[in-house]
Design a protein around this ligand. Structure first.
Ligand code: BGC
Length: 731
């Protein structure tokens, strides 16, 4: 018999105790079972009905309609023996009915207040239809744009992921406990899922302990500190052990070391997958491994429902372990107030004016201006004719992005619609050129070229359909699909002022387009209010202020490339980069210097992390530190002056970076430690202030956490290439 002592028992709670005492083993197991009803019509099909009635389901996910949710909840509450309400889970990922920009876009806002507001609106809307639990926020670090799920992430930086995770959890759950407008959040996917080798979804991950702690676990730790209700174990295998059966990460770190008090749900059938990974020999083995690792609820494998009873009776699983899981699940149900009010909050409204305003603000703040030759943007409203071209110009469904179950095309405002409203239909020459992003014929090119010729400015809305991004939708080639490249090339030959807006959830290799167009806005999949948000930016009602949350490589072969890498013993520089075409024949192997670069593509990305242009310019100066030396119980105030030296009122994201010069293990060349949005009128200046604590300098060396004395560099600026630098010492 494998005995397992569960050290993470919750504080005794009388309501939970009372209920658990009344529960049969079958009813306890039922609470640990989460399923989806695949029959999408009402009435509820008899098989599913009976399961709920018999108390064999603790949670349902992704139900088809509010009516179905209501009926399922009614059966649980009114017809099951103990009347325990259901947790109604759903992927409310970047909005419920009001759809906000995809998460990588939200990260590009570098605006945690906004992200909190968005999660709050999503919670209110979800609860209005009976959903009480979302599988968000996703906080996987992603350094690889081939990985289709980068769209759901906050990009490459653990600090950004951590801050955005905290903001989302506060928005979904509320800061001081749940109320009838909040929903339970899920920190996912625990852990390391974004490190999939080759950026191919579900792939193996290999992450050394120090890297795991310093990068991948950080946002999860922050989520636990923020009282996130649930954590979702991932699909990936981590260093040989699948994360849904991983004692080290779930039992030891999450539950014992961090004291997580919520519950762990598996990912979809990830307990069953333990067999596919060949980590478990059969369903019993998978059940034992998942449960012992600390997975409390089984999403859709049905293994817990089928196997636990037999395993407990045989003595292969202790009932103590089951009780712990059930208590954790019931705790969240009690905290959510489901025993008093299990149903939808009917006072809540969908798509309010306020929600739409926030959605538009999010489009404005997430869109990143990457090029603006000759200050072609912003455009004047007095313009005569505008050509609107591209497969994303009028694709309401597609611009909502991945993971949209509840958003509606009819609520979505496309760029074309918004431009027609703003400029009047007469000024618009619309010709998409390509039916969809993947169209591979040139039949409609002639119309697009004609429209462009007859216009003063060309607006190209290119990108991807939503299905080309997200789970299991990874790409090895990251140029725009279909004949979009060809269309851009044809249009660029006309020599008209041309603006390219890319609408996608992933990063494309855009270097060739920079030559072909005047301005380039990276607009992500912007959601419901994409059109109006873009119009405000294109016509200068607002200035772009989004910043890249992920490094933009020049070509796929540079992947992975990220700003917070370690130094090699042979760091590259512009001088040391040997250009392939400059190498003389028969040059001696080392005569040209050996540094860490590609002969053809060098070592720099196309655009660095944190980068994004504005319609104005900002000057950063006067970096000052409150002290040159700090001790362990001290803090350090770092300030800099930011001045708007252009002619446009705008916001910028001031960023604080540090470098730990020498470490017990090699430390990254730069690490983000703070960011702030600052709004400045033309000519105005402000002092931006950041505080650093010794705790912020802590890192894990693979065995333990260290705060090491030594020298540090510190920068303030508006990208990871910030040059305004100072130094301090930690004593
Ligand atoms: C995804 C999760 C999602 C779950 C439920 C899985 O395939 O990996 O992120 O929450 O399905 O829909």
């Amino acid at each position: 018999m494998i005995s397992f002592s569960c050290k993470s028992r919750l504080k005794e709670d009388s309501k939970i105790d009372k209920l658990v005492q009344q529960m049969t083993l079958e009813e306890k197991i039922g609470q640990m079972n989460q399923v989806m009803n695949f029959i999408d019509t009402m009435p509820i099909d008899p098989y599913f009905y009976n399961l709920i009635q018999e108390g064999k389901i603790g949670s349902v996910l992704n139900a088809y309609s509010p009516e179905m949710i209501k009926e399922m909840q009614r059966i649980a509450v009114e017809e099951s023996r103990l009347g325990i309400p259901l947790l109604v889970g759903r992927d409310v990922i970047h909005g419920y009915r009001t759809i906000f920009p995809v998460n990588i876009g939200l990260a590009a806002t570098f605006n945690t207040e906004l992200v909190k507001e968005i999660a709050k609106i999503a919670a209110i809307e979800a609860r209005s239809e009976g959903v009480n639990w979302t599988f968000a926020p996703m906080m996987d670090i992603s350094r690889d744009p081939r990985w289709g799920r980068m769209v759901e992430s906050c990009g490459e930086d653990p600090y950004v992921a951590e801050q955005m995770a905290i903001a989302s959890i506060r928005g979904f759950q509320g800061k001081n406990g749940f109320n009838s407008n909040s929903i339970a959040a899920t920190a996912k996917h625990y852990v390391g899922y974004g490190a999939a080798i080759g950026g191919r979804d579900y792939n193996t991950t290999l992450i050394p302990e120090a890297e795991l702690r310093n990068v991948y676990l950080r946002p999860f730790k922050a989520a636990v500190n923020e009282n996130v209700a649930t954590v979702m174990a991932g699909f990936n295998e981590l260093n040989g052990v699948p994360t849904s059966g991983n004692i080290h990460t779930i039992r030891d770190i999450l539950k014992n070391e961090w004291g997580f008090k919520g519950f762990v749900v598996s990912d979809w059938a990830s307990i069953k997958n333990l067999e596919v990974h060949a980590y478990a020999k059969d369903s019993s083995d998978a059940t034992i491994k998942a449960l012992q690792a600390g997975v409390d609820m089984d999403m859709c494998s049905l293994y817990y429902l089928d196997k636990i009873k037999e395993l407990v009776l045989k003595g292969s699983l202790s009932e103590e372990l089951i009780d712990d899981a059930v208590r954790r699940i019931l705790k969240i149900k009690f905290e959510l107030g489901l025993f008093e009010n299990p149903y939808a909050n009917k006072d809540n409204k969908l798509i309010t004016e306020q929600a739409l305003d926030i959605a538009k603000k999010a489009v404005i703040q997430s869109t990143v201006l990457l090029q603006n030759k000759n200050k072609i943007l912003p455009l004047s409203k007095d313009i005569n004719k505008v050509a609107v071209i591209g497969p994303l110009a009028d694709a309401p469904y597609e611009q909502m992005g991945t993971w949209v179950f509840d958003g509606k095309s009819e609520n979505t405002v496309t760029p074309l619609k918004a431009l027609r409203e703003y400029l009047g239909n007469k000024k618009i020459n619309y010709a998409p050129g390509l039916k969809i992003s993947r169209t591979r014929d040139k039949k409609a090119f002639a119309d697009a070229i004609k429209a462009a010729k007859n216009s003063d400015v060309v607006l190209l809305f290119m990108g991807d359909e939503s299905i080309l991004t997200g789970e299991a939708h990874c790409r090895a080639k990251l140029t725009l699909p279909g004949y979009q490249n060809e269309l851009i090339t044809e249009i660029s030959k006309l020599g008209k002022p041309t603006v390219l807006v890319i609408m996608s959830g992933i990063i494309h290799m855009i270097e060739p387009y920079l030559e072909q167009v005047d301005a380039l806005l990276y607009g992500w999949h912007p959601g419901t209010m994409g059109g109006p948000g873009y119009v405000d930016l294109l016509f200068g009602l607002e200035s772009p202020s989004g910043k890249l949350p992920m490094t933009f490589p020049r070509t796929e072969g540079q992947i992975p490339i990220y700003y917070n890498h370690n130094n090699t013993g042979h760091p590259a520089s512009d001088e040391s980069w040997v250009r392939m075409y400059d190498i003389p024949l028969k040059a001696w192997q080392t005569s040209l210097g050996n540094t860490n670069h590609y002969l053809d593509y060098g070592f720099e990305p196309l655009f660095e992390f944190g980068f994004g242009l504005s319609y104005t310019e900002f000057n950063y100066s006067d970096i000052k530190l409150s002290k040159e030396t700090i001790s362990l119980d001290d803090s350090l105030i770092i300030t800099a002056r930011i001045k708007n030296i252009g002619g446009f009122k705008a916001e910028d994201v001031a960023q604080l970076y540090i470098r730990d010069l020498v470490g017990d293990i090699v430390r990254p060349v730069k690490e983000l430690k703070g960011f702030q949005r600052i709004s400045l009128n033309p000519g105005e200046e402000k002092i931006v202030e950041f505080i650093l604590y010794p705790k912020d300098l802590e890192f894990h060396n693979g065995k333990k956490w260290l705060i090491e004395p030594g020298d540090f560099h510190v920068w303030i600026g508006n990208s990871s290439k910030a040059t305004l630098m100072s130094k301090f010492e930690l004593k």
